[in-house]
Design a protein around this ligand. Structure first.
Ligand SMILES: *Cc1c(COP(=O)(O)O)cnc(C)c1O
Length: 424
């Protein structure tokens, strides 16, 4: 596609964009004069859907009206509230409905999933993952191996990019899995890397893990709602993601979980259990001896946090209407335009010294800029110009144009802000 760094070009793209009206369904933070900011930070915290308040109020009303009876009466009985999110969640990540459930928060779910899928023995106890993973993932994995009596440095293989490079080659990941096959117990990667924005080849990594005889699990915090996933078809064993980044469901909100049906429909799959995962028809008989609900729902521990889930339901309904495939198609163009604007402005303004580390062709919507010693200054300059991006130590600026609510004009305006950067 031929891009142009002009307002007319951006406007033309916005006019031709069938998803453009979704922008009006979100609240944008504003500057002190009330003008909406250019929000490129949906990778960190997505914007609030305007319908979120209604969905939440509706559950407060049910509680007011029914008290405890709200578990079985009302529009969406809380007894199986998770089911009201199941179809849209399955559609979003390319799963069968019984393979997904919304529960808890992300890191909690990573532990629950590793309880099921990290089953080390004396010979096979190693976990392979990317180096520089999101800290919570590193700490979760470290504590898992230590919990089983292994040593972090020995049991966790962290794959680093080749000398002088910033991201991994799929062939190197596969080679490492083959090399360590005899000692591996689990392959665990992110879907889209939070720092570099690299979208890992999930089906290829999964296939390599299975050849090595171990499960493949993914943290999809930066992938869910960003890229079009096909978790069932790709044969992924398990995955989890949060709902507050691209999924726009509010700070710290609930997490989604995928467990492939070959595991989740098997009542023998080991797990840590609680009453809410008990088979639904007998849950309230309060009997001794655990019988799981079939599917991922059989991993639930506690009764559903309905208020958070109501907000998440509001957002999932928007994704259902817009369609993840349509969003991913727009995303390629929009991020392509960001890539073009960044390079065009860098050519025009010699004060802009950054390199793009996110691999072209292996990315979702986020682009990560590796900056020089003036990086923080550049970031502060953008902030003053009404651009919300984010800064990640030691020297990366992340920008994520989100197809649901960002426009081509947003990107053109970012370019205007980049052109005025000076080093004085
Ligand atoms: C955002 C993010 C988290 C955050 O975990 P919480 O339990 O929701 O606080 C964990 N892992 C990755 C990869 C993330 O991007």
């Amino acid at each position: 596609m031929n891009f142009a760094n002009t307002p007319a070009f951006a406007e033309e793209q916005d006019k031709a964009d069938a998803l453009a009206s979704y922008r009006n369904e979100f609240w944008f933070p504003t500057d002190e004069r009330g003008a909406p900011l250019i929000y490129l930070c949906g990778n960190s915290l997505g914007l609030q859907p305007k319908t979120a308040g209604q969905y939440l109020q509706s559950e407060l009303d049910e509680w007011q009206k029914w008290g405890v009876e709200g578990h079985f009466h009302g529009k969406k009985p809380w007894f199986h509230y998770h089911k009201f999110l199941t179809d849209n969640t399955a559609e979003l990540v390319g799963a069968q409905p019984h393979e997904v459930v919304v529960m808890n928060q992300l890191t909690v779910n990573l532990h629950l999933l590793m309880a099921s899928f990290y089953r080390p023995d004396e010979e096979r106890y190693k976990i392979i993952m990317e180096a520089g993973a999101f800290p919570s993932d590193m700490y979760a994995v470290q504590s898992q191996v230590e919990f089983h009596g292994f040593d972090y440095d020995d049991a966790v293989i962290e794959l680093k990019p080749r000398e002088g490079e910033h991201t991994l080659h799929t062939e190197d990941i596969i080679a490492a899995i083959e090399e360590h096959a005899d000692q591996l117990a689990l392959v665990f990667f992110s879907g889209v890397q939070y720092y570099t924005g690299q979208y890992f080849n999930i089906p290829a990594i999964t296939e390599a893990a299975h050849k090595a005889g171990v499960p493949a699990g993914f943290d999809l915090a930066h992938a869910a709602g960003n890229v079009a996933l096909k978790l069932h078809e790709w044969n992924v064993d398990f995955a989890a993601w949060c709902s507050y980044k691209y999924l726009n469901s509010g700070p710290g909100n609930v997490s989604g979980v995928f467990i492939h049906e070959r595991h989740s429909l098997n009542p023998e799959t080991p797990r840590l259990s609680g009453w809410w995962g008990y088979r639904e028809d007998k849950r309230f008989l309060m009997q001794r001896g655990y019988e799981p609900e079939p599917g991922a729902a059989g991993w639930q521990l506690s009764n559903a946090p309905v208020f958070g889930m109501a907000v998440h339901a509001a957002s999932l309904d928007i994704f259902h209407r817009a369609g993840m495939k349509n969003l991913a198609d727009k995303s390629k163009k929009l991020t392509g335009y960001l890539d073009f604007i960044l390079k065009d402005c860098r050519n025009q303004n010699p004060n802009l010294r950054f390199s793009i580390i996110t691999p072209d062709g292996e990315r979702g919507c986020q682009i990560s800029l590796l900056t020089d010693e003036n990086g923080k200054r550049l970031f502060d300059h953008l902030t003053k110009q009404g651009i919300v991006a984010d800064w990640r130590e030691p020297n990366v600026i992340r920008m994520a144009p989100v197809p649901l609510y960002n426009s081509f004009t947003d990107i053109w305006k970012l370019g205007q802000a980049l052109l005025t950067f000076t080093i004085s």
